[in-house]
Ligand binder design. Structure first.
Ligand code: NDP
Length: 263
């Protein structure tokens, strides 16, 4: 059957530690889809060549650091979320025409996870960080109807720029708030300091961290009795959305023709 030959994968540099293959290949097995999800370790210098010579049986890509922004130059179309966030974490390829469509499932995956874990009606929220993931989270907060949102970042100008873009406000110093979201890369290394000042974390705090490895922030939350949510639910929810996009609706005709032998 032709469907044996369909592949998907994650493109990044490095990708050695990516957990995406584990998730996607599990779903393929569960749905008895004989597809394979691979890791493509592609340097920025090799990105153009890789995308211009994609295998004809490649259906989709998850995109991770450092390609989420640069890949946009190679897309044939992109969703309004990709344009607003300025980053693409998902590419769906039409198996018939080779058309590459860019999506962003980070924001929606995060919002789904956030709503499931944080059931406050209109909480005051501080977002720490102003990089790529912060843009996805701010877009999600806007789409989710959250209004009381402030942004703190080491480089204030970037926080101010995002505040203007998304209609929130930027702050020069961290503040106490019932909900704080860590979108900085602090915590990736276990020795990193907490991005949120420990004195602002109490037993009533809800801390949502995009990082999913053990960190100082997680430890402080445990010590203070704060509610701590790590980046794992977001990782899983955004991957679920990618799985739906890769295996279903966007180009239904070409997917159907790829699945039916001799079509
Ligand atoms: P970016 O490189 O785009 O942004 C990094 C941010 O961290 C910037 O705001 C930067 O501030 C800040 N920062 C970096 N170093 C320091 C420091 N020493 N002190 C204070 N602030 C600092 O990264 P991303 O936004 O793409 O990713 C951020 C994190 O989110 C990563 O750890 C990534 O693994 C995680 N992530 C998790 C996902 C998930 O599914 N769970 C999905 C996407 C990301 P400045 O502007 O001043 O440089």
């Amino acid at each position: 059957m032709l469907s044996h030959q369909i592949i998907t994968g994650v493109i990044g540099h490095p990708v050695k530690h990516s957990r995406s293959p584990e998730l996607h290949n599990h779903w393929y097995q569960e749905e008895k889809l004989p597809w394979e999800y691979k890791k493509f370790d592609i340097t920025p210098a090799d990105l153009a060549n890789f995308l211009q010579t994609l295998p004809s049986n490649l259906r989709g890509l998850s995109v991770t650091v450092p390609h989420k922004e640069s890949i946009r130059a190679f897309l044939d179309s992109e969703s309004s979320a990709v344009t607003a966030i300025g980053a693409c974490n998902t590419v769906i390829r039409d198996l018939k025409t080779g058309h590459l469509h860019g999506e962003n499932t980070d924001w929606q995956g995060w919002l789904t996870a956030f709503k499931a874990k944080v059931r406050l009606a209109a909480p005051a929220i501080i977002v720490y960080g102003a990089g790529g993931s912060a843009r996805a989270i701010l877009y999600a907060l806007k789409e989710g109807g959250y209004q009381n949102v402030k942004i703190f970042n080491r480089t204030y100008a970037k926080a101010a720029e995002l505040a203007t873009k998304f209609g929130f406000s930027a702050i020069q110093e961290p503040e106490a708030a019932p909900v704080a979201i860590n979108c900085t890369s602090l915590g990736l290394a276990p020795i990193d300091p907490s991005p949120i000042p420990p004195e602002l974390i109490t037993k009533d705090s809800i801390i949502y961290d995009l990082i999913y490895t053990p960190s100082k922030l997680a430890q402080i939350c445990r010590n203070q009795g704060a509610k701590y949510i790590n980046g794992e639910p977001m990782l899983i929810e955004q991957a679920k959305l990618q799985h739906q996009l890769f295996t279903a609706s966007l180009f239904p005709n070409s997917i159907k023709s790829a699945l039916i032998p001799n079509h």
